[in-house]
Design a protein around this ligand. Structure first.
Ligand SMILES: O=C(O)CCC(=O)C(=O)O
Ligand SMILES: [Fe+2]
Length: 323
């Protein structure tokens, strides 16, 4: 299985897993496990986000990014490493790089829930007063993607031989982030640094990422033979990929595959691209120590023991968001 070179990422139907038909469920888990041990990415339909919700979300996100930079800057929160609110152009760079990405983005985190004991762990969300429906659309998408993510993690747990509910109390009400990204138009390509790109190659930090909007050109994944494969999701699919936290926990049995967003050709540099990833994080206290079942003579332990919170802090410093 691990020798296969995919030309495209596998497509799955989340309703197969959500059905009570043991055969459909088992086939879903098998296909997911095979894909995650190989290329680390799948495309998934029946994720629960309706067309109406996606349209409402994108309309509000576009309206926000159309505001003047001076207005958007009111919503910056450098004191919390930009983990809520607006992050300006070229602020973030991939680990190991100095040049910032050609993007601006807005972070929405776990909403406060006074009935939850962890509510004080999370900073308050920031909402733009100029776009009144932004809040409602983001929170609705957050909760829908969180549920889809929990279902994906149940399937991953089964694949790993863990109890189906292994991730539930670790990843429900976790430190997840919905990130609305605007890859802004470049009117004068000569003005940006030669090596600046929309999103330089990177692995995601979190457990899994659920990505809305990969139907637009630009996203590519690095296949293990070194070839970049363009991702072309259908409009009714989201992309779900393994992040570095899940790779750590599984001692790289599940692959956090390097990916990037390339610039359009010069004549199209003055166009926008939007995407909305949901970075599914566990609660900060989750222990990411490699699972014993993923360590053997052929696969010696790759990572030191760390909690999710410690790993996140380390990475935020490495990508320029935390000083
Ligand atoms: O914009 C995309 O299609 C992907 C973005 C991404 O990889 C990220 O934000 O981690
Ligand atoms: Fe990413």
């Amino acid at each position: 299985m691990s020798d296969i070179l995919y030309n495209d990422i596998p497509s799955l139907d989340l309703n197969d897993f959500r059905s009570n038909d043991p055969e459909r469920k088992a086939e879903f888990v098998k296909a997911l496990g095979d894909a995650y041990q190989n290329i680390g990415f799948v495309a998934v339909k029946n994720h629960g986000l309706s067309d109406e919700l996606q349209e409402k979300l994108y309309n509000n996100v576009k309206e926000f990014f159309r505001l003047d930079d001076e207005v958007k800057k009111k919503y910056e929160r450098p004191d919390i490493a930009g983990q809520r609110g607006y992050n300006g152009k070229m602020k973030e760079h991939a680990k190991g790089r100095n040049v910032g990405d050609l993007k601006e983005f807005y972070h929405v985190g776990q909403p406060n829930d006074s009935s939850h004991p962890l509510t004080d762990e999370y900073p308050d969300n920031v909402w733009p007063e100029e776009v009144p429906e932004f809040k409602d659309a983001c929170l609705h998408a957050f909760k829908t993607l969180e549920q889809a993510g929990l279902d994906m993690l149940s399937a991953i747990a089964i694949h790993l031989g863990l109890p189906e509910n292994y991730f539930q109390n670790k990843a429900s009400y976790g430190n997840s982030i919905l990130r609305a990204i605007h890859y802004y138009p470049i009117t004068n390509p000569d003005e940006v640094p030669d090596d600046a790109v929309r999103a330089a190659e990177h692995g995601d930090i979190n457990l899994i990422t659920l990505l809305m909007g990969a139907s637009a050109d630009g996203l590519q994944v690095l296949r293990k033979d070194g070839k970049w494969i363009p991702i072309t999701a259908l409009p009714d699919q989201i992309i779900v990929n393994v992040g570095d936290m899940l790779a750590r926990l599984t001692n790289d049995k599940l692959k956090s595959t390097i990916h990037r967003v390339v610039n359009p050709p010069k004549e199209k540099m003055n166009t926008s691209r939007y995407s909305i990833p949901f970075f599914m994080h566990p609660r900060s206290e989750m222990d990411l120590t490699c699972l014993e079942s993923c360590i053997d003579e052929e696969n010696p332990k790759q990572y030191e023991d760390m909690t999710a919170g410690e790993f996140l802090d380390q990475r935020l410093a490495e990508i320029g968001l935390k000083k």
